[in-house]
Unconditional design. Structure first.
Length: 208
């Protein structure tokens, strides 16, 4: 099943749709927290602040859309309120771990530089993914004449990708090889996540 078909199936069920929104919200929130955690105490700039603020707002916005599905619940990020709770929680942490290991072992980064380089590459990979995922989700929402829209997120994620590319230009100079490597890492994690999401849409409650 391709991604759009999967999202269509999710959107057609208020409960699955609520959990999908909640899972995306949790992942956006993890992103916001990771950006904040990687900030330098003194050298933090406007782009980084804007980015952390917008990811936190995406988390809030997605959470606030849950009520429009008509499903009551998903107030927290507890496992039973998420799709693929384990993979959704691990996706970003795993990406961060793999990329940090690459920067350290293959490129010899350490300390604050390692932290900043990891922020750049992890966020870059996520923005590339966000620029694929959210437009497809928005397309499905419009086809369903849903009250929910993620158009604002689509626009902001495109801005983030441009900002990440600008920052990578400044920091790495030639970053294309790094980008290819991290995108291949991300692709594997994303496929695992999609497979897990698909599986959790098929799980029937024991009493059904
Ligand atoms: Fe975001
Ligand atoms: Fe973003």
């Amino acid at each position: 099943m391709d991604l759009k078909e999967l999202i269509k199936q999710i959107v057609s069920s208020p409960k699955l749709h609520a959990k999908w929104l909640n899972s995306l919200s949790m992942m956006e929130n993890t992103g916001a927290r990771k950006i904040s955690a990687s900030e330098h105490d003194h050298l933090v700039n406007e782009i980084v602040l804007k980015h952390a603020a917008e990811e936190a707002r995406h988390a809030y916005y997605l959470k606030s859309q849950i009520k429009k599905t008509g499903f009551e619940g998903c107030k927290t990020y507890l496992s039973h309120e998420l799709l693929a709770p384990v993979q959704s929680a691990q996706y970003l942490h795993a990406l961060d771990t793999f990329i940090s290991r690459y920067l350290k072992n293959e490129l010899g980064f350490s300390g604050k530089e390692l932290k900043y380089a990891a922020y750049l590459l992890v966020t870059y990979a996520i923005e590339v993914r966000a620029d694929e995922l959210y437009p497809i989700y928005e397309e499905v929402l419009r086809e369903n004449e849903s009250k929910i829209s993620v158009r604002m997120i689509v626009v902001e994620e495109q801005g983030h990708l441009e900002e990440m590319i600008q920052q990578m230009d400044d920091f790495f100079g030639d970053w294309k090889n790094h980008a290819d490597y991290v995108l291949s890492l991300e692709q594997r994690l994303f496929e695992k996540w999609v497979a897990a999401i698909q599986k959790s849409t098929q799980t029937k409650p024991a009493y059904a």
